[in-house]
Design a protein around this ligand. Structure first.
Ligand code: PFF
Length: 453
C-alpha cells in the first residue's frame, strides 16, 4: 500500500501487493494451529470434507463479495456499509454490520495474540534445544508447565501485541508486503519438510486415512458448525478484514481470479499442516483430540528427533509468528481505519487505543489456561467461549449479511461492473452462490445446531 495518494484512503501498490496482504491475512494460526486441532476434535475426514465444501461454496463467493464491497466504497467497513446502503437505496442500519466486524476483530485478536505468544515462546524453546531427543511425554510436560504460568503467557502475549501495533502504526505497508513475500514460500517449504518427516513415521497411512476418509458417524451438528465457522475464520471473512483490504485494491484487478488464488493457497497450507501433524500424533500415541495444544505437543517431537531439527524448529516457529503477525494486523485494521478516518485520530493514537483494549481482553484467555481454567460460561472456558462466539457465530452471521447485501440489496448493474467477470456464466455462478447457496447453507447449519433440522 502506498501512502502517496492525496485522499486519506491509501491504495496497494499492485495486485500482487493485495494478494500478498490478503494471503497474509488468511494464512495464519487458523491453518497451522487451529485446523489440525479442530479436525482432531471432530473426528477427521468427514469434518475436513465439510470444511472444504464450505470454502468452495460459501467462502469463495463471500470473499469475492467482501472484497467487492470494500473496493466499491474505498472506505473502512463501517462507512462502506453506510455508503453502499445509501447507493442501493437501502436502510442505513446496514452499517451495524461494520460494527459487528470491528467488535469481532477485537475479540479474535485478543485470543489470537495469546496463541501467537505461545508460538513466539516456542522459538526460544527451539533455540535453547528444549526439544532435543525429547519423547511425547516430555514435550507434553513442557507445554503443560508453560501454559500453567500466567506470567509467561502475559509476557509473550504483550510482546506479540506490541509487534502488531508497531506494524499497524506504520500503515499496512511495504514492510508487511516484503515480509509476506519471503515468508509464504519459506513456510511452504518447511511444511513440505515436515510432511516428508511424517512420511518416515510408521503412522503416515493412518494419518492420511484419518484426514481423508470421511466417517460421518463421527460428525456432530456442532462439528458441522465448527467446520463452517472455520471456513470463515481461515479466509478472514465476515468481519471486514478482507473488506478493508479490498478497499485499497486498484480498480483494474480481477477480483475472482485473485480470490480463488488466495483461497486455494490457504487451503493447501491447512491440508499440509494436517498431513504433517496427524502421522506424528498417531506415531507418538497421542490423542488427536488433544485440543489447542496439539501442534505444540506434536511438532516439537519431530524437531527433537530429525536431522537438522534444531534449525528447522527455530525456523518453523519464526515463520508461524510471522504468519500470525500478517493476520493480526488485518484483525485490527478495520478498527484503526475507522478511528483514523472518522474520529480524527492519528494512526498512533488509534493503534494505542485498539492495542490496549485487545491486550486487556487477552488476559481473559491467558487465565483461562491456568488460574481461571475452572471458570466455565455455557460450559466453556473464556478462551473457548470467545472462539465459539466469534468463529462459529459472529463470522458466519457477518458473512451471511454480506452475501445478502451483495446478492439482494446491491444493484445487479453495480455488482456486475465491480466484479468485472470474464463472462456472463461466471457472473451467474457467483450470483447464484451468493444469493442462494451461501446464505441458505449458513442458515441451515444454524437450524441444524439448534436442533430444528
Ligand atoms: N485467517 C486467519 C487465520 O487463519 O489465522 C485469522 C483471521 C484473520 C480471522 C483475520 C479473521 C480475520 F479477519
Amino acid at each position: 500500500m502506498t501512502d502517496t495518494k492525496t485522499t486519506q484512503h491509501s491504495e496497494w501498490s499492485s495486485r500482487f501487493a493485495f494478494i500478498l496482504a490478503a494471503t497474509g491475512s488468511a494464512v495464519g494460526l487458523g491453518n497451522i494451529w487451529k485446523f489440525p486441532y479442530i479436525t482432531g476434535e471432530n473426528g477427521g475426514g468427514a469434518f475436513v470434507l465439510v470444511y472444504l465444501l464450505c470454502v468452495l461454496l460459501i467462502g469463495i463467493p463471500i470473499m469475492m463479495a467482501e472484497t467487492m464491497l470494500g473496493r466499491r466504497s474505498r472506505q473502512n467497513p463501517i462507512e462502506t456499509m453506510k455508503t453502499l446502503a445509501k447507493e442501493a437505496g437501502a436502510d442505513s442500519n446496514w452499517h451495524y454490520l461494520g460494527w459487528m466486524g470491528v467488535i469481532a476483530g477485537f475479540l479474535i485478536l485478543s485470543y489470537y495474540s495469546v496463541i501467537a505468544g505461545w508460538a513466539s515462546a516456542y522459538v526460544l524453546k527451539a533455540f535453547t534445544g528444549s526439544f532435543f531427543g525429547a519423547d511425547a511425554t516430555e514435550i507434553k510436560g513442557l507445554f503443560d508447565s508453560f501454559v500453567a504460568s500466567p506470567v509467561q503467557l502475559i509476557f509473550w502475549h504483550s510482546l506479540f501485541m506490541l509487534a502488531t501495533m508497531l506494524i499497524v502504526v506504520r500503515g499496512v505497508n511495504s514492510g508487511i508486503e516484503r515480509a509476506v513475500r519471503f515468508l509464504m514460500p519459506s513456510l511452504f517449504v518447511l511444511l513440505i519438510l515436515l510432511v516428508a518427516y511424517a512420511m518416515t513415521t510408521d503412522s503416515y497411512d493412518r494419518g492420511i486415512k484419518f484426514l481423508f476418509t470421511p466417517d460421518f458417524s463421527k460428525l456432530t451438528a456442532n462439528g458441522v458448525l465448527t467446520a463452517m465457522g472455520h471456513a470463515f475464520f481461515t479466509l478472514s471473512l465476515g468481519m471486514g478484514a478482507i473488506m478493508v483490504y479490498g478497499s485499497y485494491l486498484p480498480k483494474e484487478v480481477s477480483i475472482a481470479k485473485t480470490v480463488i488464488l488466495i483461497a486455494g493457497t490457504d487451503t493447501v497450507v491447512a491440508l499440509l499442516a494436517g498431513i504433517a501433524i496427524f502421522p506424528i500424533v498417531f506415531a507418538s500415541g497421542l490423542e488427536p483430540a488433544a485440543g489447542p495444544g496439539l501442534i505444540f505437543q506434536t511438532l516439537p517431537i519431530a524437531f527433537g528427533n530429525m536431522t537438522g531439527g534444531w534449525l528447522f524448529g527455530i525456523l518453523f516457529f519464526v515463520m508461524l509468528v510471522f504468519a500470525a503477525l500478517s493476520s493480526s494486523i488485518s484483525l485490527i485494521e478495520p478498527a484503526v481505519a475507522w478511528l483514523v478516518e472518522n474520529k480524527n485520530m492519528s494512526r498512533e493514537q488509534a493503534c494505542i487505543w485498539s492495542g490496549a483494549i485487545t491486550w486487556l481482553l487477552g488476559l481473559g484467555t491467558v487465565f483461562s489456561f491456568n488460574v481461571w481454567s475452572e471458570i466455565k460460561i455455557f460450559d466453556k472456558t473464556i478462551f473457548h467461549l470467545l472462539d465459539y462466539l466469534t468463529a462459529n457465530l459472529m463470522l458466519p452471521i457477518g458473512g451471511f449479511c454480506i452475501a445478502v447485501f451483495a446478492g439482494w440489496i446491491m444493484k445487479q448493474q453495480h455488482t456486475e461492473q465491480e466484479l468485472g467477470m470474464p463472462d456472463a456464466l461466471s457472473y451467474q455462478a457467483w450470483k447464484t452462490l451468493t444469493c442462494y447457496v451461501a446464505p441458505a447453507s449458513v442458515f441451515l447449519v444454524f437450524l441444524h445446531v439448534i436442533g430444528v433440522l
